[in-house]
Design a binder for this molecule. Structure first.
Ligand code: NAD
Length: 508
């Protein structure tokens, strides 16, 4: 059992060496149902002792797992995929309960995670090395891939099922063992999915889970047996993970926060644009690293866009996602985060922007203790304002009205982040100009959230990513493997009992 149940509150266990065990931690963190504010679980805030147990188990398991033929490792993923699909609804409901996103959003996120497992099922054909025969006279050269060993994943709260699934299906199929450190705010989906991986037949110790915060992560980052660390979270922590991990000799891929720009040209299809912009800014209550959080209407686009967007967003139904499937937007993750989002809106107002739609006023009648805030549009913001420069990570869209597309591109290119950027236009030439010159790693053309599917890498730039090889796609396989090159030369035998006539001929 992944949890201990006492009254309504469950206590999360660690998964170490195939067993669910109690942590040695004495401190616990609370997990909430953000729709009601109720505590639904406790997570141990573990440290070096828990981590060492998990790493030792993972290292022992790795020695055998790396010898399992890759097609058998891929078959584990086929079984895992079937189990994820047959438990899809239960996982989505668990995501909604601990995170607060709507059920359709939770289902979609589980589907994106399953697609990574589908990708992992096909890894054998991407695992191949390269070879050149006769690279020098009678010399052949080849590369093959080897797994690294114990790999670690440290993940954020905003996609409790999907982001962990970006990592370990690929790492495991490549032959590594893995330790997952779920977000202490949303650990339950990871535990539920781990039960399915066990059911699919993952050998003991190949997949492990530890819980905690900074102490736990630090112990993972400095443990001598950990070979690689995948991180997704906020930029300051991403930078810290990259610097600390690489200092201790680990391979690190570290994805950080974002401020994603959406340029709207006057020639855009405004019906489609309003819909896509609303979904991008307010979907998942704005708690997405690819959320469009800054709109840059160019020229007269603002006059048409803003009234329509505000009218449409004002109609969004905000409420309890745990009991109502028809809600458009759920709560944010915690009361502290709710206060942070509110304060950012206050700051925008104090700095002189216009609050065109004010989510601070939204109340949800049947859930007075839920962490709710409504969709908010901050119009006429200026480039130097905090609501333009900082990631808010809530349902807040800031708008800077631009004179020309060049103004909009310049604004984006001065931003320290570089995850996503989007343009809405009907002009191919304008779209190409934007695609070529905008300083971000994931570009959308008439697509509100250009998050890549499992077959492509999640190519954040600037302070949205630290490292060389991104998460997902073929770069994921490169990250979780090391290459071995072999040069071979065989001499024709000159002596010995058996002298095939062919060698006599060659040695003449
Ligand atoms: P966070 O950085 O607070 O936490 C992420 C993880 O790091 C958690 O597991 C947490 O326990 C751990 N952690 C927190 N502080 C730490 C510290 N000082 N030292 C070591 N570990 C620490 O992020 P969050 O609030 O959970 O998630 C939201 C952030 O994640 C946003 O900034 C969002 O943009 C980002 N995000 C980025 C991507 C991407 O692909 N670039 C995807 C999803 C989320």
């Amino acid at each position: 059992m992944a949890v201990t149940q006492s009254s309504a509150v469950t206590t999360c266990k660690l998964l170490v060496g195939g067993e669910w065990i109690d942590s040695s931690a004495t401190e616990f963190s609370e997990v909430f149902n953000p729709s009601t504010g109720e505590v639904i679980a406790r997570v141990p805030m573990g440290g070096a002792q828990d981590v060492d147990k998990a790493v030792q188990a993972a290292q022992a398991a790795f020695e055998e797992w790396r010898e399992v033929p890759i097609v058998e490792r891929a078959r584990l993923m086929f079984r895992f995929k079937n189990l994820l699909e047959s438990n899809y609804e239960e996982i989505a409901r668990c995501v909604t309960r601990e995170h607060g996103k709507t059920l359709p959003e939770a289902r979609a996120s589980v589907q994106r995670g399953i697609e990574v497992v589908e990708f992992a099922c096909g890894i054998p054909s991407l695992y191949t090395g390269e070879s050149i025969e006769n690279i020098a006279r009678n010399v052949d050269c080849e590369t093959v891939r080897h797994p690294l060993g114990v790999c670690v994943g440290v993940v954020p709260f905003n996609f409790p099922a999907m982001v962990p699934l970006w990592m370990y299906p690929v790492a495991l199929t490549c032959g590594n063992s893995f330790i997952l450190k779920p977000s202490e705010k949303v650990p339950l989906s990871s535990l539920l999915i781990a039960e399915l991986l066990i059911k699919a037949g993952v050998p003991k110790g190949v997949f492990n889970i530890v819980h905690g915060g900074r102490d736990c992560v630090d112990a993972l980052l400095i443990h001598p047996l950990v070979r690689a660390v995948s991180f997704v979270g906020s930029t300051p922590v991403a930078k810290y993970i990259y610097e600390t991990g690489t200092k201790h000799g680990k391979r690190v891929q570290s994805a950080g926060g974002a401020k994603n720009h959406i340029i709207i040209m006057p020639d855009a299809d405004m019906d489609q644009t309003v819909q896509a912009l609303q979904a991008s800014a307010f979907g998942c209550a704005g708690e997405r690293c690819m959320a469009g959080s800054l709109a840059l209407p160019v020229g007269e686009a603002a006059e048409e866009l803003l009234p329509r967007l505000v009218e449409s967003a004002a109609k969004m139904k905000v409420g309890r996602t745990d009991v109502d499937e028809k809600i458009d937007m759920g709560p944010v993750i915690t009361s502290q985060h709710l206060n942070h989002v509110r304060k950012m809106i206050d700051r925008g107002e104090a700095e002189g922007a216009t609050i065109a739609l004010d989510g601070r006023k939204v109340q949800v009648k049947d859930a007075p203790n839920g962490f709710f805030i409504g969709p908010t549009v901050i119009d006429k913001a200026k480039p130097e304002m905090s609501v333009v420069k900082e990631e808010i990570f809530g349902p807040v869209l800031s708008v800077v009205r631009c004179q020309t597309i060049q103004d909009a591109i310049n604004l984006g290119n001065n931003c320290p982040y570089g995850n996503g950027a989007v343009i809405f236009t009907n002009s191919g030439a304008t779209a190409r100009e934007f695609k070529h010159n905008f300083n971000a790693g994931m570009i959308g053309i008439n697509v509100g959230v250009p998050a890549p599917m499992a077959w492509f890498p999640f190519t954040g730039w600037n302070h949205s990513f630290f490292g060389d090889l991104h998460i997902q796609g073929r770069e994921g396989i490169q990250f979780y493997t090391q290459q071995k090159m072999t040069m071979t030369r065989w001499f024709a035998p000159r002596s010995g009992k058996f002298q095939d006539p062919i060698w006599k001929e060659r040695n003449k």
